[in-house]
Design a protein around this ligand. Structure first.
Ligand SMILES: Cc1cc2nc3c(=O)[nH]c(=O)nc-3n(C[C@H](O)[C@H](O)[C@H](O)COP(=O)(O)OP(=O)(O)OC[C@H]3O[C@@H](n4cnc5c(N)ncnc54)[C@H](O)[C@@H]3O)c2cc1C
Length: 451
């Protein structure tokens, strides 16, 4: 395995993986490449209307929209682009609509991501339920999506400071907010000559701070968010696979055309989706009870166990071999409801609440949420240099909280209720048969988990 940045490897002891506080990142060395000149320029002016923490789908989209509105936006991002990320890489039709509003859909459509028009669920007993999707989804890699969105934010006028980790947010005496930032540990200085190329350290001062740092980070602890203390038993794993050059490989690759497939088993599931690179993304969500008895949480061990738990998955994986050396793993996949704002900052994307991954809607919520939040912020900050007093902040936080609940609360609850059903071998089979027997039930579920 080529490992460029690894805090705890996929081959590490199961306990280490499950107990890890935050994401375990395992990246190939190829992911770290030279960036454009403007990426490398130092940020002399550390004052902004809006500081955004995190350049994932939520943060970059929000930054792009606010910069287009005329605000001065600084984004701090721990990683460097292009970078990959653990995800099922199923980009729903709703996500694409949001991308259109954000102004980035055409760039991504040009990559010709495979069109996905149905989902197929297969139970451990081999019962398969095919559900037409309410629209055409894409199989699109996160390396492509996140890199394009960060570049788009920059093109719209936002400053994106890569290799920079936000460690705390505090209020200044004049009412503005201060983000404490540091060079990300292990960040490589890149760019021509390396001058000024590394992440920034010190502070960023902003009228408003939006934390779009994903589902869990030490930043939550510094912001004293109650959900940080709540641990969860879920682990995610992802790897890209390629068809071997034989009949089985070709047949299994061809069978995946147009579909996202979900193979459920007791304690987890594995999603398979073709993506624009010609690979198949394999992404697993696993409960601790599934991995605890295994010798280790290494990819071959986990995949073999998943194949034993769902023989149809083992059959589908025949002739699909690893496309590269990179495996991504994250622990602490939390589905708890979270606060969407406090006196210091607003929260967006997974930082505001993460939907159960089986819904394939997290990116749509990150993008669609950014569109909604950008509207509210544009109203509160009509132009560069606008100020906010405590009442303005409270009104903005309340408006965002209400908008978020109306847009996403229902689907979060439904997906959270469905997840234990799918992860139980006893419940998944009858549930899938029931959904197949009741006309329209499966299609309704596919719609309802995406608003
Ligand atoms: C197993 C699994 C499968 C999934 N499958 C799908 C799927 O198929 N389809 C789908 O739509 N969704 C899926 N999701 C959900 C989806 O990945 C998330 O909802 C989405 O990534 C949320 O985007 P975001 O911008 O909020 O956060 P993220 O994508 O997590 O981005 C957060 C960014 O913030 C940066 N960051 C974090 N902390 C700091 C800090 N302190 N300072 C600076 N930067 C920081 C990170 O480096 C990262 O770039 C899945 C999730 C899991 C766990």
């Amino acid at each position: 395995m080529t490992v460029a940045s690894i805090r705890s490897g996929v081959g590490a002891r199961v306990d280490d993986v499950v107990r890890s506080d935050d994401a375990i990142r395992v990246s190939s060395a190829d992911e770290v490449r030279a960036a454009e000149d403007d990426v490398a320029r130092p940020v002399e002016d550390r004052t902004a209307d809006v500081a955004v923490i995190g350049a994932g789908p939520a943060g970059s989209s929000l930054a792009a929209l606010l910069a287009r509105h005329g605000l001065h936006v600084i984004v701090v991002e721990r990683d460097r682009f292009p970078r990959d990320k653990l995800c099922g890489e199923f980009l729903s039709p709703e996500a694409q609509e949001a991308l259109r509003t954000i102004g980035c859909r055409d760039n991504l459509a040009a990559l010709a991501p495979p069109a996905l028009t149905r989902a197929r669920f297969t139970t451990p007993g081999g019962f398969a339920l095919a559900v037409p999707l309410p629209g055409t989804a894409w199989g699109l890699s996160r390396i492509a999506l996140d890199t394009a969105l960060a570049a788009h934010a920059r093109a719209c006028g936002a400053r994106v400071c890569e290799g920079t980790v936000a460690t705390a947010v505090r209020a200044a005496a004049d009412g503005t907010r201060i983000v404490e930032v540091a060079r990300a540990p292990g960040d490589r200085a890149i760019g021509r000559g390396g001058a000024g190329a590394s992440g920034i350290a010190g502070t960023v001062r902003a009228t408003l701070v939006v934390c779009a740092h994903g589902r869990r980070d030490r930043l939550d602890r510094s912001l004293d968010r109650p959900t940080f203390r709540r641990t969860t038993p879920f682990l995610g794993l992802k790897r890209h696979l390629r068809a071997t050059d034989d009949d089985v490989g070709r047949a299994n690759f061809a069978a995946l055309a147009g579909s996202v497939e979900l193979y459920v088993f007791d304690g987890g599931y594995c999603g398979l989706a073709p993506i624009e690179t010609g690979a198949v993304n394999a992404c697993l969500l696993l409960h601790r009870r599934f991995i605890a008895p295994l010798a280790d949480a290494a990819w071959p061990t986990v995949l073999a166990a998943a194949g034993r738990a769902n023989p149809a998955l083992a059959a589908r994986l025949q002739g699909l071999a690893p496309a590269d050396d990179t495996v991504h793993a994250v622990a602490q996949v939390s589905l708890h409801f979270k606060d969407r704002g406090n006196a210091l900052a607003l929260f967006a994307g997974d930082a505001a609440g993460m939907i159960a991954p089986l819904a394939g809607d997290g990116q749509a919520m990150a993008l669609g949420g950014a569109v909604r939040l950008a509207d509210l912020i544009a109203h509160a900050l009509p132009g560069a240099g606008s100020r906010l007093d405590d009442d303005d902040r409270a009104r903005l936080a309340a408006a965002w909280n209400g908008a978020w609940r109306r847009a996403f609360g229902g689907r979060m609850r439904l997906a959270r209720a469905l997840q234990p059903v799918l992860l139980s071998s006893r419940a998944a089979e009858p549930a899938a048969r029931l959904a197949a027997a009741v006309p329209g039930a499966a299609a309704w579920l596919a719609r309802a988990t995406r608003g």
